[in-house]
Design a protein around this ligand. Structure first.
Ligand code: TYD
Length: 136
């Protein structure tokens, strides 16, 4: 798995004078069936989140309000992605170490996930991740 597989996905939006309506259908606008939704909110200034990778989990990450950055690392290459639109998602495939930072005040990070919460799916140690990653 490489960070090249982690692509921006534009979500469908219906706009009129009343505002924008965006929508997501499981398996159609995200490349997996959605099994879980979680969101990060009330994030204090200067906080960073993530700091782990997943063995099997696929995710679509959306700045549903405000903006933040995601640093992706496949064990070989890194890239920083800025998310700042409610109708733009970043697909994150398995075996990608990620850190989220630079949260704007009041920002909300919505995550659509392919699997239920499973602690055994996490790499929380970067050296263990590197040992099993594309860079090994
Ligand atoms: P974690 O995934 O480490 O958060 P982040 O990457 O944003 O820093 O999860 C933080 C805590 O929340 C950890 O104890 C696991 C728990 N958690 C759940 O119980 N269910 C979930 O769906 C998620 C994402 C986390």
């Amino acid at each position: 798995m490489s960070i090249e597989s982690c692509q921006i996905r534009k979500l469908p939006t219906i706009s009129d004078e009343r505002g924008d309506l965006s929508f997501i259908e499981s398996g159609r606008h995200v490349p997996f069936p959605i099994e879980r939704i979680y969101y990060l909110h009330d994030i204090p200034a200067g906080a960073s989140r993530g700091g782990h990778a997943h063995k099997r989990l696929k995710q679509l990450i959306i700045a549903i309000s405000g903006h933040f950055d995601i640093v992706l690392d496949d064990g070989v290459s890194q890239k920083r992605v800025h998310l700042d639109r409610a109708n733009i998602g970043l697909y994150v495939c398995p075996m990608i170490w990620r850190e989220l930072d630079n949260f704007s005040p009041g920002s909300v990070c919505l995550v659509l996930a392919s699997r239920p919460y499973e602690e055994e799916d996490y790499y929380r140690n970067h050296d263990e991740f590197l040992a099993d990653s594309a860079g090994a």
